[in-house]
Ligand binder design. Structure first.
Ligand code: COS
Length: 379
């Protein structure tokens, strides 16, 4: 893959930061589940939290490839940090930058890009996961406000968000995916509560929580885009989000591969490094091949999106392939480590647990196949 000088420089900055600042804390924050606010702020100072935000709103205004390189490098060392960056940029900043009016962009993007506070995306509900159109949260117009009631689940970054994009049904008569709208909601709005952080298998230091909305009054001028167009907006947002999760998954696979390769070269059995055995070498060959395929799909999605070409199917392919690859590679990385890999002494068991999220979040592998299949049949 050809990178320009700027992209190489950004990748190096992210790689150095991850090795210096994230490697020493990754195992500990996985154990405690503590959100790493200090290093997230440092990522803000480096510009990682405003990667896709245009410069006029305080961001870096980088191309998507540069952004994905940052997510990949960060995730290779600590996927909880990678997911925090990914959700903030692609689910928080991107829809505001694309769909917001000038006032909304000027208000919400600069603090988000500077890392003063995160942005979050409140879409999923207990009964509306894969069936995202099943949104039950309601928004009823009351003068110059909308009054929101309902609840959301699995919302990333919500305890540390300054504002959220919340989806709610604004037309109770509309069926299915119709009649849903998107709102920008500052998190200090009365009636809004972020509930207890979830205790998860992996991505343990990433912040995931349910939300409750009780008579939350949102000013009408915080409607994002057009009323009733919310479903399309979050489908578009998820198309891009899938590239981000592909980059997270790719990073996890790269991190596990690096660890397995290093271990295989050092670990001796039967009088020689295990990398000299064909059984191990074949595993490494399969891992490297799958990683390369994921990388090509992920960065091709970035290229298409940057060039304004259709990218939704490629993004779903990248997300599917990279997340399944992350599972495959982390599994093999543990196998290569043998008993040591099954302990918390080595990072590969954490990576294995982190990888699982990528096959579920922002559309399960089954949803990705559904999306890919639709494009095949419609072509
Ligand atoms: N971009 C823009 N518009 C889109 C779109 C996209 N990617 N996908 C669908 N739409 C539009 C359709 O064109 C259709 O518009 P009209 O009503 O004007 O015809 C409308 O949205 C409804 O589309 P569709 O009928 O395809 O919706 P479905 O309910 O069948 O849902 C899937 C389609 C399953 C693909 C969708 O619900 C989905 O992606 N689910 C997974 C959600 C997910 O990832 N959740 C995890 C969130 S983690 S933040």
């Amino acid at each position: 893959m050809q990178l320009n000088e700027n992209q190489k420089m950004i990748r190096q900055i992210a790689r150095d930061f991850a090795r210096k600042k994230l490697a020493p804390i990754a195992a500990e924050i996985d154990r405690t589940g503590e959100f790493p606010l200090a290093t997230v702020k440092e990522m803000g100072a480096l510009g990682f939290l405003g990667m896709t935000v245009p410069e006029q709103y305080g961001g870096i205004g980088a191309d998507l490839t540069s952004y994905a390189l940052v997510v990949e490098e960060v995730s290779a060392v600590c996927a909880s940090h990678g997911l925090t960056v990914a959700a903030h940029n692609s689910l928080g900043c991107w829809p505001i930058a694309q769909l917001g009016n000038e006032e909304q962009k000027n208000r919400f993007l600069p603090p988000a890009a500077a890392g003063e506070s995160l942005l979050s995306f409140g879409l999923t509900e207990a009964g509306a996961g894969s069936d995202a159109g099943g949104t039950r949260t309601t928004a009823v117009r009351d003068g110059d406000h909308w009054v929101l009631n309902g609840s959301k689940m699995w919302i990333t970054n919500s305890h540390y968000a300054g504002a959220l994009i919340i989806t709610a049904k604004t037309d109770p008569e509309a069926t299915g995916s119709r009649g849903i709208s998107a709102f920008l909601m500052p998190t200090d709005t009365p009636g809004f509560t972020v509930e207890k952080k979830e205790d998860k298998l992996g991505m343990r230091a990433s912040d995931t929580a349910p939300l409750t909305l009780e008579n939350v009054r949102v000013p009408a001028d915080l409607l994002l885009g057009e009323e009733g167009e919310g479903f399309k907006y979050f489908m578009m947002t998820l198309d891009g989000g899938r590239i981000s999760i592909a980059a997270v998954a790719l990073g996890i696979a790269v991190g596990a591969y690096r660890a397995a390769l290093e271990y295989a070269k050092k670990r001796e059995q039967f009088g020689r490094p295990i990398a000299r055995f064909q059984a191990v070498r074949f595993m490494l060959a399969d891992m490297a091949t799958q990683i390369q395929a994921s990388r090509l799909l992920t960065y091709e999605s970035c290229r298409l999106k940057d060039n304004g070409q259709p990218y939704a199917q490629m993004a779903a392919m990248a997300k599917l392939h990279a997340s399944e690859t992350a599972m495959f590679v982390t599994d093999k990385a543990i196998q290569i480590h043998g008993g040591y890999g099954y302990t918390t002494e080595y990072p590969v068991e954490r990576m294995y647990r982190d990888a699982k999220l990528c096959t579920i979040g922002e559309g399960t592998s089954e949803i990705q196949r559904m999306v890919i299949g639709r494009y095949e049949l419609d072509a």
